[in-house]
Write a new protein. Sequence first.
Length: 575
Amino acid sequence: MEQAGLSAMRQLLNLDDSQTEVSAHPQTIHRAASRISSFEMVCLSLIAVGYLAITLLLVALAGRPFAYPLDDTYIHLALGRTLATSGVWGLQSTDPAAASSSPLFSLMIGAAYFLWPKRFIDGFVAVPLILNLLAGGLAIFVWARILNGVLWRDACIVVLLIGTGLCALSITGMEHVLHAALALALVSAAVGQMFDNDSSATKLVGLGAIAALAVACRYESLFVIAPLMGLALIQRRLTLIAALAIGIVIPIFGFGLYWIEHGGWLLPNSLLIKGVAPAGSASVARLLHSLQTNIRSNFHRNASFLTVMWLIILVSGMAAGIALRDWNSFDPRVFFAVAAIGASVLQLLFATLGWLFRYEAWIVTLDATAAILLLDTLLRKHRRLFGFALVFLSVLMLQRQFLETVQSVRAVNDRRLEHLLPAAFVHLAYQNRVVMADDVGALSYYGGARVLDVFGLGNNEPVRLRMRPQGYDAASLANWADSQNVAIAILEPSFWNLVWTRGAPQWRLIALWRIPRNVVFNDRCVAFFAVAPGEDAHLTAALHDISVPPPIEVYYAPNPLDPAASPGFIHAKCG
């Protein structure tokens, strides 16, 4: 009787005896992934509804009016709108610029703007959130396929969904949820085909397409494609390597050639700014210095760095144990883990972590998924230990997930004060004029002015200036501002080195707005400068006219005509 009950349970879970015994071997898991029963679909739907409910709860907790916790989201919105209305890849039709690090996400927003009913255009600002909710649903679906056959699959998905902070990541309105889902799909498809003796041309084309989408979403996807190519080489799957290589070439050279044709470079501005050196500088020495600086910077992002490192250690230890147990038998789950570890190490070396915990989200997702696959391999016959291991994995990710959730919600109001309110000011007082800024997303989307980016994401000129032998100096910035008839500049003190040491000392500081906190960045001040001759009186009057909410402290410079006094005044008020 007991045996009959066990058999019935196996049938319900779509497992037979052979699958139970070899479930540690993902070759069978990948083949079983297409068989998801109606009952399981109901469970997955409930998980998706829970994900939707928690995400919308976070949006509600962030308060009104609706906003995002990062200015970068408004860069996507402005770029997508410009692309849909003028065909220009830029924040405004007059200034082509590859301001986004994610061509795919910006293109999706542009397509959404083109299709969006114009009578409801005010609601278009919610599109990045909607896209993230759809991407979160995709991530749940991909997890269901990868983990099909794993012990307590639905519980594992819930652990991954909460532990990776996907709900909080969704309210940022950035591309990182989609990137995590595509990275999961890419590793799963590539490892599955490495152990599939019937890897047809259709499957290879599909793999190349997933790789292309992942790279177009975030160029960091190269960090996982590299170890996947190495694993494919071990398996002597040259056609698979070719499919992945095509997936690299299409987005990088496709977008790159388009961007070169329109006055840019092979890579988006954001990537160039992070790696560009003045012409003639020692590139190897600069690379080594950048690596050292990057690692040191990542090390100081405590919650992000510790989570990634603990996951790397955990996954590496389990993968090594499985591999040593049967050295001559390659295990697809170990291959999945190796790809995840390789991507994590390359991210630590060549990219960054943090900034609202979003940059490492995709590798945390890969590592945590690999950890569950390996735990199932090692502890499948020990259900209680497997349960304890799931709890341990959740605790491992708890600090990062908790901080991500709290900071994402709190940062929304910071953006209202630091970025949306200056955008409203520009819309009222400087519409159709030229404004220079360092955070250009909300200003470009809401301001109604022509916005020039002193940093270089939204304009090409600062990137060209950085490439010169003399670099980006004060005279070149002042000349650029004068040539474009810039009226005012709105800047954060953290970019003071771009303004005071490089920027024009003749710019007159008129006022500072100090916000009560800034949970993402260290800045608490927004500085308003008069740039054009004779602009001081108009800027001063406009700042007096706008209604500033009580949390913001307003300080007017005692002597705007003495630019030399500005640094001391800013330091005294902003620290």
